[in-house]
Design a protein around this ligand. Structure first.
Ligand SMILES: Cc1cc2nc3c(=O)[nH]c(=O)nc-3n(C[C@H](O)[C@H](O)[C@H](O)COP(=O)(O)OP(=O)(O)OC[C@H]3O[C@@H](n4cnc5c(N)ncnc54)[C@H](O)[C@@H]3O)c2cc1C
Length: 441
């Protein structure tokens, strides 16, 4: 089946108004995984996605061990791992004095001791194809939600701009999974508070060159007040270049040649690759600021993922946390959604379940940003990794802590509810399907 054609509406007319059991705004990792879990329960779900497909430039590509475990619990991990991907066992950090592997995921007790690196568009398309096997699933691309519908103090639907004009979806629950610039959050008047200072990142691609296949899939390094993070996307390298907040004009004034030299200084292997950077239009400036909403819900409405809490890029945990929110939401709400009686107390339970692990990881990210990233960005000398740090990370229990945090976050959710296969037979939840003896490499 061609990408993104798996799942267009079967039960909704293209008229101006239709009904669903749950309307999810945003087809990112949080919204799509929630949709998959709910349709497995027999809940009719409509997903409204503003873009015309899943292809997006500013997306992460990481599928963490805890997410792979979730897919194992619903019997889809083998199929997911059939997608072309690479595996990360741990980052390689380059500094002036050494190349350093702070941790190794292969030391963890899990069926999936690695991060799966797959272009997010392919991951989302996979989820959409799985969800599309259930007749309850209705995905609408090019459907940008513009406003909420409220009746008697309760949100009961949304208005969206589709390809052919304005429509509305009525549903007992609207889930705002529309990311860090969430329209749903804004229209609901739920205001996030900042949890860490903003970071400026230049985001761009470098070409793959012969010989790249043999190199590490994820690289990171720092030197002279700049930090580099590089991901292999098979046909190109995705690069994030971090520099001190508010100094973009200075970076521009120094010119492209200076930028190319700075990248090659951190990662000498890219000396040739950076020649491809010939125009500032090839680079996008992102300002990423972590935040969290004090309240994630209103009667008839729930926020999950980045809409509820924008994660800092440190550690690349945003996708994992959005998906963990989705699992908690399905676990807590699916029976209520089937009975069409989701109360504010049920929505509060979702926030209670997910707020604490979110607070903890954001606190950890803030500490890393202030204690590790900020000093690295402030230093204009070649940055070294102190011997004490290298010795500390030689102690297994210390070495495994960041690995555990990265792999699982602070609270691993498990798919609890019984689900149906697309053919209607009943499938087990977490305890039934997890294969504890298998270990992928
Ligand atoms: C440059 C960059 C790199 C990143 N790298 C990583 C990484 O490597 N690993 C990691 O874990 N995290 C990474 N993140 C963070 C990660 O992308 C997010 O935390 C994660 O995608 C959040 O998932 P989500 O489903 O909550 O929201 P999103 O992925 O943001 O999805 C929201 C969806 O809602 C849609 N939408 C928005 N508004 C509307 C509307 N009005 N109507 C309908 N649809 C709408 C959007 O088009 C989008 O598809 C990165 C973020 C950035 C910016």
């Amino acid at each position: 089946m061609p990408e993104n054609e798996a799942t267009t509406s079967q039960f909704a007319p293209s008229g101006s108004s239709f009904q669903s059991d749950c309307c999810i705004v945003g087809g990112g990792p949080g919204g799509m995984v929630l949709a998959l879990l709910l349709v497995r329960q027999g809940v009719r779900v409509t997903v409204l996605e503003a873009h015309e497909d899943f292809d997006r430039k500013f997306r992460g590509d990481t599928i963490h061990p805890s997410v792979l475990e979730i897919f194992e619990q619903i019997g889809l991990s083998d199929a997911l791992l059939e997608l072309q991907h690479s595996k990360i066992f741990g980052p390689t950090l380059r500094a002036a004095n050494t190349s350093f592997n702070p941790f190794d995921l292969r030391r963890l007790h899990t069926t999936f001791p690695f991060i799966m690196l797959v272009p997010q568009s392919r991951f989302l398309d996979f989820v959409a194809r799985q969800a599309g096997k259930y007749e309850e699933f209705d995905l609408r691309f090019s459907s940008k939600v513009e406003s909420l519908i409220e009746e008697n103090g309760r949100i009961c639907g949304v208005c969206y701009m589709g390809r052919d004009g304005l429509h509305e979806v009525k549903a007992p629950l609207v889930v705002g999974a529309d990311g860090r610039f969430s329209t749903v959050r804004e229209r609901a008047g739920l205001v996030p508070i900042k949890t860490s200072p903003p970071m400026d990142i230049l985001w761009f691609e470098l070409p793959h060159l012969p010989g790249d296949e043999a190199s590490d899939r994820v690289l990171g390094g720092f030197a002279m007040g700049r930090v580099l993070a590089v991901f292999d996307r098979f046909d190109h390298w995705q690069v994030g270049y971090v520099f001190p907040k508010g100094t973009y004009q200075q970076v521009r004034a120094e010119g492209l040649e200076s930028l190319r030299k700075s990248i090659a200084a951190i990662e000498p292997r890219f000396t040739q690759h950076v020649e491809a950077l010939t125009d500032w239009h090839q680079l996008s400036l992102l300002s990423v600021e972590a935040s969290r909403c004090p309240k994630w819900y209103l009667p008839g409405l729930l926020l999950i993922g980045d809409a509820a809490h924008v994660m800092s890029p440190i550690g690349g945990v945003g996708i994992n946390y959005a998906i963990q929110d989705a699992v908690a939401t399905a676990n807590i709400l699916s029976e209520h959604l089937k009975a069409r009686n989701t109360s504010p107390q049920d929505l509060a339970s979702v926030q209670r379940r997910r707020e604490f692990p979110t607070k903890l990881i954001q606190r950890f990210q803030t500490i890393m940003q202030k204690r590790v990233l900020a000093p690295a960005l402030a230093s204009t000398a070649p940055t070294s990794i102190p011997l004490t740090v290298r010795l500390l990370f030689a102690i297994p229990i210390i070495r495994d802590l960041p690995a555990r945090l990265l792999a699982f976050g602070f609270r691993r959710e498990h798919v609890r509810s019984i689900g149906r296969s697309p053919t209607g037979s009943v499938m087990a939840g977490a305890s039934g399907l997890a294969n504890q003896t298998k270990r992928y490499r």
